[in-house]
Design a binder for this molecule. Structure first.
Ligand code: AMP
Length: 261
């Protein structure tokens, strides 16, 4: 039925505004093509968790000098630890909590490490690249590693719908499974897989969502345009479906992907 799609895919990029509905589409790609999800947002949240667990309650804005952070050893002195993961968690938190993108040099290095762990293949890149600099970095890396991206899946949704969805979004702090207070409420407030209480992401407030939407227009769109110009096709799917069932999501994704081959 989706006869154009090759049996074996190398890597896929999934893009879309934050809160557009990427995760259910990623789930389809992971299942259908036996890929693994690499999410820079999840990577940052895991470092952020390490920083939170360390338990520093002061204002982290004090480490920011307008264009860069103070030296790591100065941060370490105040935090009482020189664990690089905790220091990185502090830096990630500073941006994530403001709905701003983490600077490219930090993001590219973290991405590179994660991508290499699985041999630069078999992955769904979720939330990366998001800037022109990241897109160029990725293309160079793919060339060096003799790898490729087969296509970009872009999940489209309008801003107001996203704001409504995102303020009602809850996630499982353990496995990252996503719930919605109205459309997919967690039973007794708990994750159905892990049985732990779901939480609201610290950056899921209206102000921060609007800031992320602005970042999307200014940075992600030019990055995707660059990749398209380099010959990577874009498959587009609607983030909002009248009947949101797993089968409809699957059909919508596969029929759109089928068209790009
Ligand atoms: P997400 O879960 O994809 O919405 O990402 C959450 C937050 O992590 C974003 O708002 C950014 O602060 C940060 N982030 C994730 N991916 C990137 C990226 N590729 N470049 C810069 N910042 C990122």
């Amino acid at each position: 039925m989706y006869e154009n799609i090759p049996d074996k895919l190398t890597n896929i990029i999934v893009t879309g505004k934050s809160g557009a509905g990427k995760q259910p589409r990623i789930d389809v790609l992971v299942d259908e093509f036996d890929l693994e999800q690499l999410s820079t947002g999840n990577i940052f949240r895991s470092y952020l968790g390490k920083f939170n667990d360390h338990g520093y309650s002061g204002d982290i804005g004090r480490f920011w000098q307008g264009k860069s952070f103070v030296r790591d050893d100065e941060i370490a002195d105040v935090l009482g630890t020189d664990d690089p993961d905790i220091i990185l968690g502090l830096k990630a938190k500073f941006f994530v909590d403001r709905g701003l993108f983490v600077p490219d040099h930090i993001t590219n290095e973290l991405f590179k490490g994660s991508f290499a762990k699985r041999d630069h293949r078999g992955q769904v890149l979720d939330g990366y690249p998001r800037t022109l600099d990241q897109a160029k970095f990725l293309m160079e890396l793919l060339e060096e590693e003799d790898s490729r991206v087969d296509f970009i899946l872009r999940v489209d949704n309008d801003d107001e719908m996203i704001v409504e969805r995102t303020v009602n979004r809850r996630i499982c702090p353990d496995c990252g499974k996503v719930y919605h207070l109205v459309y997919k409420p967690p039973h007794e407030g708990k994750c159905e897989v892990c049985d732990v209480e779901v939480v609201q992401r610290s950056d899921d407030t209206e102000e921060k969502i609007r800031s992320r939407l602005k970042e999307f227009k200014e940075k992600v769109i030019p990055a995707m345009k660059y990749l398209e110009e380099r010959g990577i096709p874009i498959a587009k799917v609607p983030g909002h479906l009248e009947k949101f069932t797993p089968e409809n999501v699957r059909k919508s994704v596969l029929s759109s992907v089928n068209k790009v081959f």
